[in-house]
Design a binder for this molecule. Structure first.
Ligand SMILES: Cc1cc2nc3c(=O)[nH]c(=O)nc-3n(C[C@H](O)[C@H](O)[C@H](O)COP(=O)(O)OP(=O)(O)OC[C@H]3O[C@@H](n4cnc5c(N)ncnc54)[C@H](O)[C@@H]3O)c2cc1C
Length: 454
């Protein structure tokens, strides 16, 4: 070896030395003795030693960057109080709700204790004004939906049905008296709500085809028919029932209480998604409802659609939460799981999946953030909400499937949560308007032609 090459090797060797590490080693061994020994090494031994020294130190988990699915720091756009509320929700979800979820999901049981826990947060009816509601921006409703779904989509569905669909129907379509009667109790989660629109024969076509009927008999309204998929309905205190008036052919809304003798709710079994949510088939048999319990400002399906527009934004945020939960779990897993002697997160093909996930997630978050801003500025239209629902639910499906993929066999175990996100994503994908129906709404808005079958 030439003299210059030796000098260069020595310089390189010195450059690769971690001085902090060296100081630590010096405390344990006599380095001057060690250097004397080094001088006696031949070229081959020296090369071997250099290779060993160059071998990268194994990173411990604490050396790695924090796991945070908010890649573009949207949290920074929140005020201090908003951020505090977000963290309160996150902490409750992590500390008190997460430990309950997989077991209940597995058994398809609803963990009723979460209602008591949620009472502490004061988050029901977030955007509504009056009636004890917090009256915070819609943005916070979205951020909270994301936080809850990030841990469990079933819990966020329970909450979205109660706070969004049921309270929202009363807030937008109820008389002052009806709002005073129900909203303060529902805000405190003392009374729980459900929303009954879909039917066994009518899903996407609810605007024109409801088979559940209502008829005024001069004294009361008489409701007959069935509803399907109605979340919370097995235990809710009040169920909003949408029915077609046989006389005017218009859709009307009713506040039906659970002990009404004409009302029966049967739990739907064997779901492969959102197993914690208690979805029911509701049967209404000559169900008598007083005029005072008819939603006084719900006069046609347009009023029902106003409720759906308001809540669809929340469903888009739920998709964000579902994707975020899956991404963060998968990232954590890939940094710990080793194959071929290295964490699988260090492999290029695995990183490609992770980067696809975080880019999907970031685009969903930024889109929803703007969506909520528009909602707060009263600029939100049906097509804005539909585009967010379509886009986010498609991207969410991509994220959860990649999360499942990078986890190998463990991706189908409940233990790591991702399997649950994969299954639950399928429900988000279909409810509150399928991809096709929301696409038709956007298509109509951008082309000027309605492709709905009339
Ligand atoms: C877990 C879960 C919870 C739910 N919770 C509630 C609830 O609390 N309250 C409530 O009222 N409802 C609830 N739903 C019902 C939900 O909103 C409906 O499932 C949804 O609107 C779709 O209706 P459908 O399932 O009957 O499908 P269908 O309407 O039968 O659609 C089947 C397929 O046909 C496609 N399709 C239909 N029409 C067209 C068209 N014109 N052009 C192109 N394609 C079309 C759809 O996109 C879909 O792919 C829930 C559903 C689920 C899965």
């Amino acid at each position: 070896m030439s003299f210059f090459k030796k000098v260069r090797n020595t310089v390189n060797l010195l450059k690769s030395v971690d001085m902090d590490q060296l100081a630590k080693i010096n405390k344990q061994i006599d380095l001057s003795e060690a250097m004397k020994t080094l001088g006696k090494l031949d070229e081959r031994q020296l090369a071997g030693l250099m290779k060993m020294l160059k071998t990268k130190r194994k990173k411990s988990q604490s050396d790695l960057p924090p796991i945070d699915g908010d890649f573009y720091n949207l949290d920074y756009k929140l005020t201090e109080e908003q951020r505090e509320l977000q963290m309160n929700v996150r902490n409750l979800m992590e500390d008190e709700i997460r430990p309950l979820i997989n077991d209940h999901w597995n058994r398809a049981k609803f963990p009723f204790e979460i209602i008591e826990k949620f009472k502490k947060l004061n988050i029901a009816g977030i955007p509504y004004e009056g009636y004890g509601c917090p009256n915070l921006p819609f943005l916070m409703e979205g951020i909270i939906a994301q936080e809850i779904a990030r841990v469990d989509v079933s819990t966020s569905t329970f909450f979205g049905v109660h706070s969004g669909l049921a309270m929202g129907s009363i807030y937008l379509c109820g008389s002052e008296e009806q709002k005073q009667k129900w909203l303060p109790q529902m805000q405190k989660l003392e009374k729980i709500g459900a929303f009954g629109l879909t039917e066994p024969n009518v899903g996407s076509g609810v605007a024109g085809g409801l088979e559940t009927t209502c008829k005024f008999d001069g004294e009361n309204w008489i409701l007959n028919g069935q509803k399907k998929w109605i979340g919370n309905a097995t235990f809710a205190d009040v169920i909003i029932i949408w029915a077609r008036d046989v006389d005017s052919n218009q859709v009307k809304g009713f506040l039906v209480e659970k002990d009404n003798p004409g009302f029966k709710a049967e739990k739907m079994e064997d779901k492969m998604a959102l197993r914690i949510v208690q979805n029911a088939i509701i049967t209404l048999t000559d169900c008598k409802v007083a005029e005072s319990d008819r939603l006084q400002n719900a006069n046609s399906f347009k009023d029902t659609a106003n409720v759906l527009r308001m809540t669809r934004a929340g469903v888009a945020w739920q998709a964000v939460g579902c994707a975020r939960g899956a991404y963060e779990s998968a990232l954590k897993y890939t940094r710990k799981r080793e194959q071929f002697g290295r964490p699988i997160a260090s492999y290029q093909l695995v990183q490609n999946h992770l980067v696809e996930m975080v880019s999907n997630l970031t685009s969903m978050q930024t889109l929803c953030f703007r969506l909520s801003e528009m909602q707060d500025q009263d600029m939100l239209t049906d097509e804005h909400a539909s585009l967010a629902k379509v886009y986010c639910s498609m991207r969410m499906r991509d994220v959860v499937s990649r999360a499942r993929e990078v986890m190998g066999g463990n991706g189908i175990l409940l233990e790591h949560d991702v399997a649950r996100f994969v299954a639950d994503a399928e429900a988000i994908y279909s409810y509150e308007g399928t991809k096709e129906i929301n696409s038709l709404i956007v298509g109509r808005a951008i082309t000027g032609y309605s492709a709905f079958v009339s």
